[in-house]
Design a protein around this ligand. Structure first.
Ligand SMILES: *Cc1c(COP(=O)(O)O)cnc(C)c1O
Length: 544
């Protein structure tokens, strides 16, 4: 299987090159040359497979044997998911007759990004070790320096994915004192030698600006060959397709006796930010997993919900009444105003979904362009689809908006619904699921549950819903406590706090303080560490 850029060109990459490169040089994202179909006997053969078995079965459809053998793949996958606390890795839980949650938060950092990042870290290590083993004595070794910024909720998943990996160092910048104590502790109590937490006196935007400037600094980037922390890496999408298959089988196994699976339609509801999680569901569906609609659930950062309404993909809502665009305060916050940062991103109770544009949406747009393109053959249609996509993306870059033809919007509506959920409804949903089902949802999951309810009211009776639960409620204690403060039976420590978080705040920490948001200071930190780790190395590009 080879991969090519959504924005075209003749470049064809192996899986290894795709994973190590991340973003294509022409700005596009890599997608497989074709979407493989399932083996004829998948329904019976795979039905009893574990998460690991399914990972091997699904991933090997996208990775050539001569790149990673089945035995190697199995050992990588086993290692990756041995860090999960639940034997099923991603179990489903029944909330009522027609609603299940698919819990994706049983990994080391209690959030769904672990599913992809645990595997990605091992893939990186596998590729680097193999490359270095092939070098002749004296030749410099390939290394990878991953640099990223976090506002708190996702940095730890990257750190846990890369901790203690050979030939890789990771630097994660966070704004000192501005991330929640639990989130700060989740990052800084990782004391492996290759993990470097950098606490910058400043804001999250300062941290992000420094990371951007480091990447833009050609000399520095070339010397250290920096890798980025972002969700566009193909391996992350691929890893996430697996739990759609697993939950499909687990759901079927729970159907009441006498119910024929053919009579039931499964709808997946996905709390969405960068469109990575739900895109994995789209691939599973295109491969042949018989599922119904995929529901995009967004918070007030609703660029996707607006796209499915109007066919317009635009950073600022051009149809909002005066003063209600993305840069203006919106409803949702308790004081009636909602803070927006300098770029126009709204701050919500589900911060891991606070985005202005959804980076992985480009991959879906490519498929939509392809479906609506005529050409002499596949190759010609692919070329034309990339051309169309490239045009859309340059509109996006130049004007912050693009409108797709109605036929394209109709294609998008065949597979997806989309709903936008306010903070207010998010809180109410946490409360009602606790009171009615004794289930404590985190605010991201609650966005999904709220969207599921709205869509369910229009579903035919044979539709069942699986809502993806993307974080453990203890990770977002503030929102959960706020939602449940009036519930007498609720006790955070007893009902929510996992034992792994007990004493976390008192554990040994390792963190490098940076006194000002100054790129030179951060450069010095990275230089010093690189010196200590030995300079006889050659960087490898990479991005997670
Ligand atoms: C990243 C994240 C999401 C959004 O996933 P995307 O793949 O970016 O759509 C939702 N919830 C949580 C808790 C996350 O960390």
């Amino acid at each position: 299987m080879k991969y090519f850029s959504t924005r075209g060109g003749s470049q064809r990459l192996s899986f290894e090159e795709t994973v190590l490169t991340g973003l294509a040089p022409n700005g596009g994202l890599y997608i497989p040359e074709s979407i493989p179909s399932l083996p004829a006997d998948w329904r019976t053969k795979w039905a009893s497979y574990s998460f690991v078995d399914l990972s091997v079965a699904v991933l090997s459809l996208y990775i050539s044997q001569d790149e990673i053998s089945t035995e190697e793949l199995r050992s990588l996958v086993e290692k990756s998911y041995s860090t999960f606390r639940h034997p099923e890795v991603t179990p489903i839980k029944k909330l009522d007759d027609k609603t299940f949650v698919l819990e994706l938060f049983h990994g080391p950092t209690f959030a769904f990004k672990d599913v992809a990042l645990q595997l990605l870290g091992n893939l990186f290590e596998f590729f680097l070790l193999r490359r270095n083993a092939r070098k002749s004595p004296g030749e410099s070794q390939e290394k990878l320096t991953v640099v990223g910024a976090t506002s708190g909720d996702t940095g730890s998943a990257a750190i846990y994915g890369l901790r203690n990996k050979a030939n890789i160092s990771i630097f994660i910048l966070h704004p000192k004192g501005r991330v929640s104590p639990i989130q700060e502790a989740q990052m800084t109590t990782v004391t492996d030698a290759n993990v470097h937490n950098v606490a910058v006196k400043g804001t999250f935007d300062d941290c992000q600006d420094i990371v951007k400037a480091l990447f833009a600094n050609k000399e520095f980037n070339a010397k250290h060959r920096l890798g980025a922390v972002n969700s566009i890496n193909w391996a992350r999408i691929l890893a996430q397709t697996v739990y759609y298959f697993l939950s499909f089988f687990h759901f079927q196994a729970q159907l009441p006796q006498g119910t024929s699976p053919e009579d039931i339609e499964i709808q997946y509801v996905v709390p969405t930010g960068n469109f990575g999680d739900i895109l994995a569901g789209y691939y599973a569906k295109r491969m042949g997993l018989p599922i119904g609609k995929l529901v995009v659930a967004t918070n007030a950062n609703d660029i996707l919900a607006r796209f499915w309404k109007s066919g317009k993909y635009e950073k600022v809502d051009s149809e909002a009444p005066e003063g209600q665009g993305a840069a203006a305060p919106a409803e949702g916050a308790s004081d009636g105003r909602q803070a927006t940062d300098a770029s126009g991103v709204k701050e919500t109770l589900s911060p891991a979904m606070d985005i202005l544009v959804s980076s992985n949406f480009e991959r879906l747009l490519w498929y939509l362009a392809f479906e609506n393109t005529e050409g002499a053959d596949e190759e010609e249609r692919r070329r034309l689809a990339s051309q169309t996509l490239d045009g859309w993306m340059s509109h996006m870059k130049n004007d912050g908006r693009v409108e797709v033809p109605i036929a394209v919007l109709e294609s998008a509506r065949k597979d997806f619904f989309a709903e936008r959920i306010s903070d207010d409804l998010t809180l109410k949903t946490i409360k009602s699921y606790f009171e009615e089902h004794a289930y404590v949802a985190d605010p991201h999951t609650a966005v999904g549950l709220a969207a599921a309810r709205i869509v369910a009211s229009q579903n035919p009776p044979n539709v069942h819903q699986i809502v993806l639960s993307t974080a453990h409620p203890a990770k977002f204690s503030e929102a959960v406590s706020r939602a449940l403060e009036g519930s007498p039976s609720f006790n955070f420590d007893r009902d929510v706090l996992p034992k792994e978080f007990h004493g976390l705040l008192d554990k040994e920490k390792r963190v490098i303080d940076v006194e000002r948001p100054d790129i030179e200071l951060v450069k010095t930190v990275i230089e010093k560490v690189a010196e200590k780790e030995g300079t006889n190395s050659q960087g490898a590009t990479g991005s997670i």
